[in-house]
Design a protein around this ligand. Structure first.
Ligand code: AMP
Ligand code: ZN
Length: 114
């Protein structure tokens, strides 16, 4: 999609710190990190959010989870633990309408999810 910021990152039209890339997914550093490790993992296909997943495109979720596992290992946080979060819709705080998962770690989180 032409006016989507993450599509622009995927198409290398705007710069980003890309950490991992396959034919189907891309992972890059969040521009405003909330933890020592804060990586965004997104499908290359423009899918708005979880609500737009279906049987045709669901394989990207597997790709994203495998990417998350590899990136966590690369950052050395696999053992300690990390969070993988996807905000879906306005009430959840989704600001970029291109499916993405926040991989955050490198610190100890509390029990509360919010
Ligand atoms: P969300 O609020 O779940 O939609 O998350 C969007 C995330 O994208 C935020 O954490 C932003 O900091 C991040 N973000 C926005 N623009 C960029 C960019 N150009 N490069 C890297 N991260 C970005
Ligand atoms: Zn997009």
């Amino acid at each position: 999609m032409t006016d989507c910021i993450f599509c622009k990152i995927i198409n290398k039209e705007i710069p980003s710190e890309i950490l991992y890339e396959t034919d189907n997914v891309i992972a890059f550093k969040d521009i405003h990190p909330v933890a020592p490790v804060h990586v965004l993992i997104a499908p290359k296909l423009h899918i708005e959010n979880i609500e737009k997943l279906d049987s045709e495109n669901i394989s990207v979720v597997c790709d994203i989870h495998l990417a998350a596992k590899k990136i966590a290992n690369d950052f050395g946080i696999s053992e300690k633990g990390y969070r993988l979060i996807s905000n879906c819709g306005k009430a959840a705080g989704q600001t970029v309408p291109h499916l993405h998962y926040h991989l955050i770690g490198g610190k100890r989180f509390g029990i509360s999810i919010v």
